[in-house]
Ligand binder design. Structure first.
Ligand SMILES: [Fe+2]
Length: 193
């Protein structure tokens, strides 16, 4: 099956100034499109051709894994942002408090992981099979579903995610990210609709 560009739940200029239209034009419009094009080209005449994106992410290696995971990760990242940020729900705040101490302590831990990740990668808030939350750092295209963990929230810390708006200042990008997190999606990812 052919993999297609996901739709964005907001306009390209809606996340500015935290994330500019130009960043989205490159990051969503060009980088993500390239991963999807590569994936569609690489899976032709392989067992992955008939699989869902998630199955490919779970099973593939090498170039097919890299492009499939980058497709999945970017889709999850972009769809987890919102211009009008809903508040952290009470039940989500309770679980974050249980596993990190408080919502603020979680944000601090996630921020440290995002700023501190060496090179390119992704930092995730994940739940294990018992529902306990933790912060997971992944290099390159890494995806925590490979370890049996459920993704709840992610930040892309590849340079292409922030270089237009923040140049080399990854910390500035991470700070701005907190103004864009769709807490309603995080709640939904953990508890379901
Ligand atoms: Fe990216």
């Amino acid at each position: 099956m052919l993999h297609e560009m996901p739709t964005l739940p907001y306009d390209m200029e809606a996340l500015a100034p935290a994330m500019s239209k130009e960043t989205l034009e490159y990051h969503y419009g060009k980088h993500l499109q390239t991963y999807i094009n590569n994936l569609n080209r690489l899976i032709v005449d392989t067992p992955f051709e008939g699989m869902s994106l998630e199955e490919i992410v779970r099973q593939a290696e090498g170039g097919i894994f890299n492009n499939a995971a980058q497709t999945w990760n970017h889709t999850f990242f972009f769809q987890g942002l919102a211009p009008d940020q809903p508040p952290v729900s009470e039940r989500l705040a309770e679980v974050l408090g249980r596993d990190f101490g408080s919502v603020e302590a979680f944000k601090e831990k996630f921020t440290q992981a995002a700023v501190g990740l060496f090179g390119s990668g992704w930092v995730w808030l994940v739940a294990d099979e018992k529902g306990f939350l933790s912060v997971d750092s992944e290099q390159n295209a890494g995806n925590p579903m490979r370890k049996g963990l459920k993704p709840l929230l992610t930040i892309d810390v590849w340079e292409h995610a922030y270089y237009i708006d923040y140049r080399n200042r990854r910390a500035g990008f991470v700070e701005a990210f907190w103004k864009l997190v769709d807490w309603g999606k995080v709640d939904e990812n953990l508890f379901g609709r």
